[in-house]
Design a protein around this ligand. Structure first.
Ligand SMILES: *Cc1c(COP(=O)(O)O)cnc(C)c1O
Length: 402
């Protein structure tokens, strides 16, 4: 087989961050130089230009998720948006209740906030997920109590790409009169997200996961049916309808807006192209390697995600073996120990297999040549590592021969 050589190293870690699209950078640049005004300066041209750019971005973001521009609050990123949504609702609705429902495979920007809220008197239910990574809707219904003030379930997972039944969750929340927040960082710009169709009250966005710059994001806050009310976490000047004070990051906001505009136009084509590349990668690896399993549902999945476990291979050894390919392993370095991913653990993936897993995240700038190269590197490296692994050889000889 002859292969075109891709540009090395190959970047296939687009769930961690994405390259800024050149069109996004072009849109941002004037706001560092001649259009440097403060969007809160009401008395001159510099301020007006900046404010106009911010309002334009608000519209671009709102259009992508079927919201109204006034429902978009700018933040420093999705970690801040998640903090504002959960802590802000917990504080505002303290008199009504103190119970929050979330689920086991959330990002740390949700789980760590929940831990903090538990320390200050909140009760948190962590719903389990099925082996395909999706929550059970009956479990959600049963978890709701008169004290429940918020349901926070991510749209799509950042490790396994599994998409939750968001519209169904939105219906359940509405029937129960409970606010519904979703961390939609990985879904925005990849699949259709519609706050009306999906019954979402609060939604977190990050620019750097959709080909925009780092350090800027947004929180969608529903204004009617129902009005989502929350307390601010940062005071000082009353920017963003009082929900998030601080001088706006105008170039970053312009970049987030432009990134959303591009996604709105190109998402349908891009997603089918990426799904085809992802399937090509999956087939090229699975057809040449045995004892390789897919983590998470294939049917309810982002088009750009593949997460595989390679029995008998340490994920980190595999990462080192393919050091001209940027992907992530299913282990997280917490202090001194190597912990298996909490997401894979929640799916019931055994610890050994979780440590042997790799996340592939395809993106706008990947090519078919990248996919051929990555598949070939993974296959040859897994084979080599397995030959060196006495454990794998022993397991093979014990396995029933077919
Ligand atoms: C990256 C990510 C975040 C954090 O976003 P930042 O803008 O980097 O703070 C939160 N949730 C999910 C699902 C993510 O993938």
């Amino acid at each position: 087989m002859t292969r075109m050589a891709p540009k090395l190293p190959v970047y296939m870690d687009n769930h961690a961050t994405t390259q800024v699209d050149p069109r996004v950078l072009d849109a941002m640049l004037p706001y560092f130089t001649e259009k440097f005004g403060n969007a809160a300066s009401r008395n001159h041209e510099f301020g007006w230009k900046a404010e106009e750019a911010v309002e334009n971005a608000r519209g671009q973001i709102a259009r992508l998720i079927n919201a109204s521009p006034r429902e978009i609050i700018f933040t420093s990123g999705a970690t801040e948006s998640d903090n504002l949504a959960l802590k802000g609702v917990a504080e505002f609705h303290r008199a009504k209740g103190n119970h929050i429902i979330t689920q086991a495979t959330e990002h740390k920007a949700i789980l760590d906030v929940c831990k903090r809220l538990q320390e200050s008197g909140c009760e948190v239910t962590y719903l389990p997920v099925a082996s395909d990574g999706r929550i059970h809707l009956d479990g959600l219904r049963r978890a709701i109590t008169p004290k429940t003030i918020l349901i926070s379930i991510m749209y799509a997972n950042n490790e396994i790409g599994v998409v939750q039944p968001i519209a169904e969750i939105g219906k359940i929340a509405k029937q129960a009169g409970v606010l519904f927040h979703t961390d939609a960082v990985q879904a925005i710009g990849k699949i259709s997200v519609d706050v009306e169709r999906d019954g979402i009250d609060l939604l977190s966005i990050s620019a750097h996961k959709l080909y925009g710059p780092k350090g800027v994001g947004a929180l969608y806050v529903r204004r009617k049916n129902p009005r989502a009310q929350l307390a601010p976490m940062i005071d000082g000047g009353g920017h963003e309808r009082g929900l998030r004070s601080g001088t706006l990051n105008v170039p970053g906001i312009v970049g987030l807006g432009k990134a959303c505009e591009i996604c709105a136009k190109e998402m349908a084509d891009e997603s089918s192209r990426l799904a085809a590349l992802r399937d090509k990668l999956k087939d090229a690896i699975l057809s040449r390697l045995e004892d390789t399993t897919i983590n998470g549902s294939l049917d309810h999945r982002l088009p750009n995600n593949l997460n595989l476990s390679f029995a008998g291979v340490e994920g980190d050894a595999l990462l080192m073996g393919i050091n001209d390919v940027a992907v992530s392993s299913g282990s997280a370095c917490t202090s001194a120990t190597l912990e298996p991913s909490h997401v894979l653990s929640a799916l019931g993936v055994p610890e050994e297999l979780a440590h042997s897993s790799i996340r592939f995240g395809l993106g706008r700038f990947n090519t078919p040549e990248d996919v051929d190269y990555v598949a070939a590197r993974v296959v040859e490296t897994v084979k080599r590592l397995r030959e060196l692994s006495p454990l794998y050889e022993a397991a093979k000889s014990r396995a029933p021969q077919t």
